[in-house]
Write a protein that binds this ligand. Structure first.
Ligand SMILES: [Zn+2]
Length: 336
């Protein structure tokens, strides 16, 4: 409303007062109408942009899993097929933490994250062709079969760099991700447990890998995944710090477990500790707290799940959820 008043008085300054007042009233009425139409459209798809978002945590995608963190190519394909069936559309971790959730009306965002930069996630040959059955290859195949299912994900990189030790090859892998719409995140240089470490060590671990990524492909990660999900003594050290001539500033820091994440527009959102969900079947301790169980739960609790209104510039939700809106997003709010 403020913007409208300023525009109306600005362009009407040389005219008499009456037409300005009429124009102002007309514009206000038009805006009100447009907003009502948007709210009606949001209500129709039951938009809930204060709802929860699953951030799935993957490690290796390999034929013979060695640990419960690994997925076989078949399991990973099935994971993605299920997300397609359940009307999810992938967004990156960077898009998630900055609230840039640009997906069609009625769809749900999902964040696919891959830790430890293993060759099973991305391997390129010398021509730059992606090796079959890697995570990236499978994601692109599924997306090609299902238009609208965006082939995007976030890769949390350590010095392992997809198994490449030569700088040119490291630059090839990271550059390929950058050029194909993938997101590169920070997973510390040596994959050390940051819990209990002095600030200097924490900043070195985070700053050093950022420096390496930036020097290879001129990308500055804006999210970090904590190794083992463990926060440093002071959570702020993961968000911003210095190492030599490098300063880093993260917009979001991800944990390792065990629930869907709050919407970035919700008051429950804590950028310093964003939960993720292990990609795993309903077995053992995963009966309740891993991906299959949580995706079932979100299907059964649609009022708890993030559903888009299709407009990236609004935050739409049922009116009664207003107390849960982060005040910094009031301007974009569209309660219905
Ligand atoms: Zn890791």
């Amino acid at each position: 409303m403020l913007a409208v008043a300023v525009i109306a008085s600005g362009c009407g300054s040389e005219h008499s007062a009456a037409p300005v007042a009429t124009a102002k009233a007309n514009t206000a009425a038009q805006l009100k109408q447009a907003k009502a139409a948007k709210a009606a459209a949001a209500a129709k798809v039951k938009a809930n942009e204060l709802g929860q978002i699953p951030v799935l945590m993957f490690h290796r995608v390999i034929k013979n899993p060695a640990t419960t963190d690994d997925r076989t190519p078949e399991q990973f394909r099935a994971d993605l097929d299920r997300l397609v069936r359940d009307d999810y559309v992938p967004i990156t971790a960077a898009e998630f933490v900055t609230g840039k959730i640009d997906i069609p009306a009625g769809k749900h965002p999902v964040v696919l994250t891959f830790d430890d930069s293993s060759p099973s996630q991305l391997t390129l040959d010398e021509m730059g062709t992606v090796k079959a059955d890697t995570a990236v290859a499978i994601l692109r195949e599924v997306a090609a079969k299902h238009p609208g299912f965006r082939p995007v994900a976030t890769f949390y990189v350590t010095r392992d760099m997809f198994g490449k030790t030569v700088r040119e090859e490291q630059a090839q892998a990271l550059g390929w991700l950058r050029d194909n719409g993938f997101d590169i995140g920070n997973h510390t240089r040596d994959h050390v447990n940051l819990r209990g470490r002095p600030q200097k060590d924490v900043e070195e671990q985070i700053g050093a890998i950022q420096k390496q990524i930036t020097s290879l492909v001129n990308v500055k990660p804006i999210t970090l995944a904590l190794p083992y999900g463990n926060q440093p003594t002071n959570k702020e050290w993961a968000m911003h710090g210095k190492f030599g001539d490098v300063t880093y500033r993260n917009s979001g820091v991800f944990l390792a477990g065990y629930t869907p994440a709050p919407s970035p527009f919700s008051k429950s959102f804590d950028p310093m500790g964003i939960p993720r969900i292990r990609a795993m079947d309903k077995k053992g301790d995963c009966v309740q707290f891993c991906s299959i169980a949580w995706l079932d739960w979100l299907n059964h609790n649609p009022d708890m799940r993030y559903t888009s209104d299709g407009d990236v510039r609004t935050v739409a939700y049922p009116k009664f959820k207003t107390p849960f809106l982060r005040t910094s997003f009031t301007t974009w709010s569209l309660p219905y």
